[in-house]
Design a protein around this ligand. Structure first.
Ligand code: NAP
Length: 369
């Protein structure tokens, strides 16, 4: 039986009654409800929370794997009002962590359903919430997209243009229900074992194949991906401290480079691949799609100018990128398979296209000065 901490009730912004705990139980265990928690970021959050001996409740449809032992698993669909209505009966909790919400109206429904059973609402948002990204540097005070807290776009298909405004709508929906008892995490690109988006897995597989590998110059371009385990550790540390507000998460600007990432892939895969650094304007002229066809390549230098110093001052530690690369390759080699996701297929150049581009570059590249 899980121990319950003492709690009292207080009115919510809507005049409902909300359970307000007086902190974690006497053993320091946080009672956390995780919405999602079984694909990538959420899975690591769950593992970390279990390692901390927290009282973990998971709410998802149960389609993707068995939760770790000791986790209370509620099978349910956040699209289904009845499932959400039954959820509070399994509480109360100190905090809810919505890892994967992306439809404002659904996030709103969940927040309303939980208004009386959790103290604080934590939401995994994204750098894409910033209106000016990737065209200007961003910090936590940068302008956001306009978001609608009641919007349901009617489709669940991935749409890069809708993603940022939808996540802002989710943030607004949560803030409307939970006011300042909210914590929004806005990470830059997240990599690591379990990644289903397909960025680092594509690069690792490509480089392990060897031969001449087309790479977007310059190799010393700074990049800021963050390891999923560091995102989880920092988020749970904040939760433990009952932190509220907004935190960006990214590796320090200037520490990691694109060339360093590819070298780390070559080392991890023990490949003899030869990188052919091709001018990015030349690639852009030929319609090569940045971000997807060549994962993590973006021509705007400010794509990698996210200020995450607030998080660093609060204890964020980002491991070196080569560790993320090595561990992701080990995970793949050990049979690790990402969940099936529509975004995976959109990443990477086909071998034929890469060979054509390399052939053309070999004859058309500017002569060295
Ligand atoms: N990847 C990046 O580079 C990056 C960067 C910045 C921010 N982010 C953010 O990080 C988060 C990544 O999330 P993730 O996908 O890795 O999270 P996750 O929590 O590991 O996986 C998604 C979860 O949602 C559950 N789920 C899906 N539809 C559901 C439904 N209708 N009802 C109940 N449960 C449902 C899935 O389980 P079932 O299928 O079993 O239901 C699964 O547990 C996202 O919020 C994203 O915006 C990602």
């Amino acid at each position: 039986m899980w121990a319950r901490s003492s709690f009292h009730v207080s009115p919510t912004v809507h005049g409902h009654v909300r359970v307000v705990s007086e902190g974690a139980d006497e053993n320091g265990a946080v009672r956390i409800l995780i919405l999602g928690g079984s694909w990538f970021v959420g899975r690591v959050m769950v593992t970390d929370a279990v390692r901390r001996d927290w009282e973990v409740t998971l709410f998802n449809r149960g389609r993707s794997g068995t939760p770790p032992q000791g986790v209370h698993h509620i099978r349910g669909d956040w699209e289904c009002p009845e499932d959400l209505a039954e959820l509070p009966a399994h509480g109360p909790w100190d905090v809810v962590l919505d890892v994967a919400g992306a439809v404002p109206a659904l996030v709103r429904n969940a927040a309303r359903a939980l208004a009386d059973s959790v103290d604080r609402y934590v939401f995994m948002s994204t750098i894409s919430a910033y209106h000016d990204w990737p065209y200007r540097p961003v910090d936590e005070s940068s302008p956001l997209w306009d978001g609608d807290p009641d919007l349901d776009p009617g489709t669940r298909r991935w749409d890069p243009d809708a993603y940022g405004p939808l996540k802002v709508g989710c943030e607004l929906a949560i803030r409307r229900e939970f006011a300042d008892s909210t914590l929004f995490i806005r990470p830059h690109v997240i990599l690591g074992p379990g990644e289903y988006v397909g960025r680092l897995p594509w690069w690792l597989h490509r480089i392990s194949r060897g031969g001449q590998v087309l790479a977007p110059a310059p190799p010393d371009r700074t990049i800021q991906p963050v390891d999923v385990r560091d995102v989880a550790r920092f988020t749970l540390d904040l939760i433990k401290r009952q932190a509220t507000g907004v935190y960006n998460i990214a590796a320090p600007i200037g520490r990691e480079t694109y060339g360093g990432m590819l070298q780390a892939c070559r080392q991890a895969t023990t490949s003899t691949a030869e990188f052919v650094w091709v001018e990015e304007s030349w690639l852009a002229e030929r319609g090569v799609l940045e971000w997807t066809e060549i994962p993590l390549w973006r021509t705007w230098p400010t794509a990698w100018a996210m200020n995450a110093e607030k998080a660093r001052a609060a204890g964020l530690v980002c491991r070196p990128l080569h560790e993320t690369v090595t561990d992701t390759w080990e995970w793949l080699q050990a049979g690790g398979a990402p969940v099936d996701h529509e975004r995976f297929a959109e990443h990477g150049l086909s071998p034929e296209r890469e060979a054509e581009l390399l052939k053309e570059w070999a004859v058309s590249r500017p002569a060295p000065r």
